[in-house]
Design a protein around this ligand. Structure first.
Ligand SMILES: Nc1nc2c(ncn2[C@@H]2O[C@H](COP(=O)(O)OP(=O)(O)OP(=O)(O)O)[C@@H](O)[C@H]2O)c(=O)[nH]1
Length: 555
């Protein structure tokens, strides 16, 4: 991508956690295919999920924290109930039954897993999950340590060393004090927050269809009840639950506001806050209450005060996760136009290619090497290309899942429109796709774009390629091709799914295709036979360079 910097989106401040979880920033973003690393050459597809060790950590944490109740509540399941560790090779299993440990979520039911595998394209970029932050740990009702009647007398205080407590004259302090001299009472641990973060190792949202509910750990209780002592500790804070999602995921409340657009690796957002821990109270007999109240305001007056020792419940929210592919260039066109072939011709991506429509059902990404024309800057000018599934007439209304595919163009800066020059009516095909883009989001038509007249190796196309190029190049408004439009190219800022207007009104009516900019270039090529590839690359890079020059500063 063009010189993107890592950003950090916060829905609220992230509290330091008791045990920080390492961020897994693996190198293969969406399995981007780098021109310098052929072994990573593969399209965006499902991949085995990394095994989760969260619950195992929970076991350990419980043991370390000495939280007997939590530790006891998680016994090892009997052998008969353990799920066998299976590893199979088909997509269904990769989507539904990756390496499972006993703490892994229950497997999706067989029909659901089959549907996921068979129709992954329907689910890979959208999911609804419920997350629950951890409850706060409980405080405790404690008695003041027994002290000889002389313990609190001025005489005994004089004889006592500094920093003392309320213990007997022969014993040292048996409880902690705050800086102001009041009794320090232990509190329940804060419940774990839930954080969603963008992780380059994640590719799709499919795993959220398997498991749609995530709960953070609760805070630890105050270790004991009984008598206040200096050895008592506050409950441990619950571990923050960090949920990785693919880079480019928009996180929003279900039927609510957008919380964050996790467009860069490492972006994160706190989606649910853990509950506050409960406080502890001192229970003293009536006749000692006045003295105790001088030491702490947390004196229990009657049984109803006990509610204060209960930890607060953690937040629970339903979230909608929407993945929008992060790519600089979007390849669009009718099915079978040759988009996947083009991607494989100029990057190391190896998408499925076949002579039937809708071979591509999920976006394939490839990495285009740096632009040599930029000299030393070429290494920061690498670009990501996204090969989108073919669009058909009515795509903007959802035909052929068109709306789902069109959404992935949102972050692109440049559009490469592939037209089959050997088709019956290439100009009409061109207009159909442009019209679909306009109907879905007119902003797409404002972006710089290059038209590739493909398949010129076929005799039918050879004869008419120049006339087709002239005709297509003349569709649109010449004056609109100024640089101002280019800066509108990247719509990262726009995160709403509902910002789609059907046609933009201009003076005297709705804007039509002729009112939008003309293509930056129309090139004839045969991506299969490697004809005209250099010319095509030159034009794509020129369009990218213009975006690079006119790029808006990162927010
Ligand atoms: N003769 C010729 N055939 C081509 C060329 N480019 C692609 N094809 C063929 O066209 C067919 C479709 O190519 P794809 O790359 O799968 O087309 P697509 O646009 O990705 O198709 P969808 O996945 O349906 O969107 C394949 O059989 C390709 O071999 C070309 O330049 N010349």
């Amino acid at each position: 991508m063009l010189g993107r910097s890592n950003g950090l989106t916060h829905y609220g401040p992230v509290r330091p956690t008791s045990s920080s979880q390492p961020r897994a920033f693996a190198s293969a973003a969406y399995r981007l295919v780098s021109s310098t690393s052929p072994r990573h050459a593969m399209p965006l597809l499902l991949h085995p999920r990394f095994p989760s060790h969260a619950a195992a950590r929970g076991h350990r944490a419980a043991a370390v924290h000495g939280d007997a109740r939590v530790a006891l509540s998680l016994p090892d399941p009997p052998a008969s109930r353990r799920r066998p560790q299976t590893r199979t090779t088909n997509v269904a299993c990769r989507a539904a039954a990756t390496t499972r440990s006993r703490d892994a979520p229950p497997p999706a039911s067989a029909p659901a897993a089959a549907a996921l595998a068979k129709e992954a394209h329907k689910y890979f970029d959208h999911a609804v999950v419920t997350v629950r932050a951890g409850d706060g740990g409980h405080g405790a009702v404690l008695a003041m340590p027994a002290s000889p009647s002389t313990a609190d007398s001025p005489k005994s205080r004089r004889g006592r060393r500094s920093g003392g407590g309320g213990g007997g004259s022969s014993k040292k302090a048996s409880y902690k004090r705050n800086y102001d001299g009041s009794v320090a009472l232990p509190v329940g641990g804060h419940g774990g927050d839930v954080v969603v973060y963008a992780d380059e190792a994640e590719e799709t949202l499919l795993r959220f269809h398997e498991k749609a509910r995530y709960c953070a750990k609760r805070g630890g209780n105050v270790g004991a009840t009984g008598t206040l002592s200096s050895r008592m500790h506050s409950g441990f804070a619950g571990e923050t639950l960090r949920i990785p999602v693919p880079v480019g995921t928009v996180v929003k409340r279900k039927k609510g506001a957008v919380l964050a657009d996790l467009a860069h690796p490492g972006d994160e957002v706190v989606v649910a806050r853990g509950g506050q821990g409960g406080i502890s109270l001192i229970d003293v007999p009536e006749y000692r209450r006045r003295k105790a109240m001088a030491l702490s305001p947390n004196i229990m007056r009657d049984a109803s005060d006990k509610v204060l020792i209960h930890g607060q419940p953690g937040e629970e929210v339903s979230l909608e996760l929407i993945l929008r592919v992060v790519a600089d260039v979007g390849l669009v066109g009718l099915p079978n136009a040759g988009k996947s072939t083009l991607l494989s011709a100029i990057t190391l991506a190896r998408p499925d290619i076949a002579d039937y429509p809708f071979t591509t059902l999920m976006p394939n990404l490839g990495r285009l090497g740096g632009d040599p024309a930029l000299g030393a800057l070429q290494f920061s000018s690498e670009a990501t290309l996204a090969d989108l599934p073919g669009l058909i007439e009515g795509a903007h209304l959802g035909k052929g899942l068109g709306r789902n595919f069109l959404r992935h163009l949102r972050r692109t800066r440049v559009i490469v429109h592939v037209v089959d020059a050997a088709a019956d009516d290439p100009v009409d095909d061109y207009k159909i796709v442009r019209e679909e883009l306009r109907m879905y989001n007119p902003q797409y038509l404002e972006r710089p774009y290059v038209v590739v007249l493909n398949k010129i190796d076929l005799p039918k196309a050879q004869d008419r390629v120049s006339s087709l190029a002239l005709e297509i190049a003349s569709i649109g408004c010449e004056e609109c091709n100024d640089n101002n439009n280019i800066s509108k190219g990247n719509s990262n800022v726009n995160t709403s799914e509902h910002d789609i207007s059907f046609g933009t009104k201009v003076e005297g009516g709705e804007k039509e295709l002729r009112d939008y900019p003309r293509p930056q270039a129309v090139v004839g090529a045969s991506v299969l036979k490697h004809i005209g590839i250099d010319e095509m690359l030159k034009e794509i890079r020129a369009a990218l360079r213009k975006c690079f020059d006119h790029r808006l500063p990162e927010p």
